[in-house]
Design a protein around this ligand. Structure first.
Ligand SMILES: NC(=O)c1ccc[n+]([C@@H]2O[C@H](COP(=O)([O-])OP(=O)(O)OC[C@H]3O[C@@H](n4cnc5c(N)ncnc54)[C@H](OP(=O)(O)O)[C@@H]3O)[C@@H](O)[C@H]2O)c1
Length: 281
């Protein structure tokens, strides 16, 4: 029975542990946790999930898979701290945004099998759109284990590491774009005289329904748009404004800007190998 150790038990780790246990694929005896110094939080996680907590050293020694779920600025400390007692056959899964596999290997000083994953906040409700990239020396069974763990909180796609910045720009930050869109719809309804409550209900169901239509009918999105538009009707009038105000361009720009910010963060987090020419993809 493989032991899965979490370094960092914040929001992302809690969502993952919750999903892993709910899935029935993992049991609480398999899960070990540690954090920096918030003992209240550790006790809360222990009580909620019936998992054990350990010092970082003990946890690393006991774990077959190590999931690193700390903020980017804390990653260096964590890796330097554990590098001397880490086993050479341990599988490392990092969900830390903006730190590439090469940096993790450099901090650890050894070429361990590493998976870099980018989940999103919907992991909390098992609807994460996750992508993961793998280090060169990885075995199929290790990729399978990472897939099994990450799919407990949503869908998982294997990508080349140089695509992870775009993944961050699209699905990592994406929930916030969608929330902003929903907010705008609710406010739009209110401005036309609907109550907040009704506006909210209509907006939520419209979104759910649109997603179901795409999924269930399998129709092209453009075709679904055409189906709603009657000549000279209300939808055509509304869509005309979205076109005039560059709605699509703006969403694309948000994704490209977030992608570039991810590249920049990755560059800033690089260690020891930073040269002015070298950037993360
Ligand atoms: N939240 C999301 O939806 C999401 C989505 C995609 C990616 N991520 C990535 O997931 C990572 C974690 O995010 P989060 O939202 O879960 O963060 P969080 O809630 O702030 O939790 C961070 C955890 O890291 C621990 N930690 C910090 N320094 C440590 C150290 N030196 N040794 C051991 N533990 C340490 C903290 O312990 P203390 O409480 O004791 O300080 C805390 O348990 C981030 O890198 C983020 O980019 C998150």
């Amino acid at each position: 029975m493989k032991k899965i150790g979490f370094i960092g038990v914040g929001n992302m780790a809690e969502a993952m542990i919750d999903g892993m246990l709910q899935s029935g694929e993992f049991s609480s005896e398999q899960i070990l946790v540690t954090n920096k110094n918030n003992s209240e939080r550790l006790k809360k996680i222990q009580t909620k999930f019936n998992v054990e907590y350990f010092s970082k050293k003990k946890l690393v020694e006991k774990s077959d898979v190590l999931i690193i779920a700390v903020k980017p600025q804390d990653l260096k400390d964590v890796l330097l701290n554990i590098k001397n007692f880490i086993k050479k056959d341990i599988l490392i899964i990092s969900v830390v945004a903006g730190v590439d596999i090469e940096s993790i290997i450099n901090y650890l000083g050894k070429k361990l099998p590493i998976i870099r994953a980018m989940p999103n906040t919907s992991a909390r409700v098992n609807y994460s759109a996750t992508a993961m990239a793998v280090s060169k020396n990885i075995k199929d069974e290790e990729v399978g284990m990472a897939h099994k763990i990450l799919s407990c909180v949503g869908t998982v796609h294997l990508v080349e590491e140089n695509n992870l910045d775009a993944v961050t720009g699209l699905s990592g930050s994406g929930p916030a774009y969608v929330y902003s869109f929903i907010n705008a719809m609710i406010k739009g309804g209110e401005e036309q005289g609907l109550s907040h409550e009704l506006s909210e209900k209509l907006a939520f169901q419209t979104l759910r329904g649109a997603l179901e239509m795409i999924t269930v009918t399998g129709s092209e999105i453009d075709e679904l748009i055409v189906q709603i538009c009657s000549p000279n009707g209300t939808t055509v009038a509304g869509l005309g404004v979205l076109k005039e105000t560059f709605f699509e361009d703006n969403i694309k720009k948000a994704i490209s800007t977030a992608t570039n910010r991810s590249k920049q963060l990755c560059f800033e987090n690089k260690v020891g190998i930073i040269t002015p020419q070298k950037t993360c993809q």
